[in-house]
Design a binder for this molecule. Structure first.
Ligand SMILES: [Zn+2]
Length: 465
């Protein structure tokens, strides 16, 4: 029996994943607020949960993966005003861009993508319930969640909010009772196109209630996995729990909370003010392959910070080149109809099952490539090569797609001629010329090997531009 272990933020332990209902695994991941292009931090999160989705799909017969689209938000309204257009237009445009960007990274589409604006009534119902349970109050026409009324507040992020309120003595402001209270519904006095009727007046929901309502409507009060970036742990995820469990005291909400680490750029926090803010569209414009970006991200364990840098790209390219160059030796693999039936590399999958250790899993494929080069049995070599291909395909990286793109057409006559010229140069002890010819061959994507009997074998390799 394949057992997945996953680090649960709630218990602060790596646990064996035990589904609530094995016949349908339910996973929710916070999706984008669609007012701008996705940045690399957003992309990392999507790639991480895409791998988790693939692993779950391999173990269980059915996985329902929900990732929402936040299409109502102050930032969307602002973007619409700046461009003199509607919020719907902004939201649709950036949701489409988001899909394109994630497709470029070979991420699978989730089972369903709920849009916040389709769940306004569910949000209103949840807020009504919270008011009824005295977990929320109305002040200045807006509705706030009363953090002091929810005993478990802080259980995910391990923050003792009450202690903080007492010790720091956060000044009460006119808007709400306590600084930690958060808005559930805000009344809007200005006319915008993102305005909805509610029992508390025309306005719009707070961001946190959106996820809670979409989850509650689709999954009920208990489900398996909730994922997101670690920056969402507090207050967003803490508030999601408070809203559903505050309204329904018997609710468990997510059984496993999974959080991925931060993304830095050349060792620094990514921010607009540091001018190191990188979007997926920026790297697409540089013609960097989605496979390389994906591989670079997965070389780091998902809980660790991932540093986007010149080095991380070079390392990914070096690893991928080695794997591609190995597969080139087995061109018949591409036409093997049984390829997809062949298994993944055991060590690779075992690492994935161990808290999604993609870093060790990818390392095991490098070792496997070395093994192929020292193996003499053609059949075993072929089988190992197929495992490299299948394992990477499984996590969304198609090596043959890269090979196809980067393997240039060769002129065998020219190669034979160059090899002959090099032989003559070597016989004349003109090693400078021999090296020049070797470099010329490398430029053509050809590497050569001098054999013991004096002959020369050559093989084709790929070169990333
Ligand atoms: Zn969320």
């Amino acid at each position: 029996m394949m057992q997945l272990k996953i680090y649960n933020t709630l218990t602060e332990k790596k646990e064996i994943f035990q589904p609530i209902d094995e016949s349908n695994i339910k996973m929710y991941v916070c999706g984008p607020t669609v007012y701008a292009r996705a940045h690399l931090g957003n992309a990392r999160s999507v790639v991480v949960y895409d791998v988790l989705y693939r692993i779950l799909q391999k173990i269980f017969p059915k996985v329902t993966y929900l990732r929402n689209i936040t299409d109502v938000d102050d930032k969307i309204i602002k973007a619409a005003q700046n461009e003199n257009t509607t919020t719907t237009q902004i939201a649709t445009r950036y949701a489409n861009f988001f899909h394109e960007d994630m497709e470029y990274l070979n991420c699978l589409s989730p089972s369903f993508e709920p849009k916040a604006t389709n769940y306004i009534n569910d949000m209103i119902d949840l807020i009504k319930k919270l008011i009824e349970k005295k977990k929320a109050y109305i002040k200045n026409d807006s509705v706030y969640f009363d953090v002091s009324e929810f005993a478990e507040y802080g259980k995910l992020s391990k923050r003792n909010v009450k202690e903080q309120i007492n010790s720091v003595r956060i000044a009460k402001n006119d808007e709400k009772e306590d600084a930690e209270d958060f808005v559930l519904w805000k009344v809007e006095k200005n006319e915008t196109d993102a305005i909805f009727e509610s029992p508390w007046g025309r306005g719009r929901p707070g961001w946190h209630i959106e996820c809670s309502a979409m989850i509650f409507a689709n999954f009920g009060d208990t489900f398996d996995i909730h994922g997101g970036g670690s920056d969402l742990k507090f207050p967003h995820h803490e508030n999601e729990i408070a809203q559903v469990c505050g309204a329904y005291p018997d609710a468990h909400y997510a059984k496993y909370w999974v959080h991925n680490g931060f993304l830095t750029v050349e060792g620094q926090k990514m921010s607009k003010s540091l001018q190191n803010f990188i979007t997926v569209s920026d790297i697409r414009e540089k013609n960097l392959d989605g496979e390389i970006v994906r591989y670079a991200m997965l070389r780091t364990h998902y809980t660790q910070p991932f540093d986007w840098s010149e080095d991380s790209i070079l390392n990914a390219k070096r690893d991928l080149k080695k794997l591609c160059d190995t597969l080139i030796l087995f061109p018949e693999l591409q036409n093997d109809e049984n390829l997809n039936d062949l298994n993944l590399y055991d060590k690779f999958f075992e690492n994935l099952l161990d808290d999604m250790n993609t870093s060790s899993a990818l390392m095991s494929l490098q070792t496997l490539a070395n093994q192929i080069h020292i193996e003499n049995d053609k059949k075993i070599q072929y089988e190992l090569a197929s495992k490299i291909y299948n394992s990477l395909k499984f996590i969304g990286i198609d090596l043959f797609a890269l090979i196809k793109k980067y393997l240039s057409a060769i002129d065998e006559n020219l190669i034979s001629q160059l090899i002959e010229e090099r032989k003559i140069a070597k016989n004349k002890k003109d090693f400078k010329k021999a090296d020049e010819i070797r470099n010329k061959l490398i430029d053509l994507g050809i590497e050569i090997k001098d054999l013991k009997d004096g002959s020369v074998s050559w093989f084709q390799t790929i070169r990333f531009s």
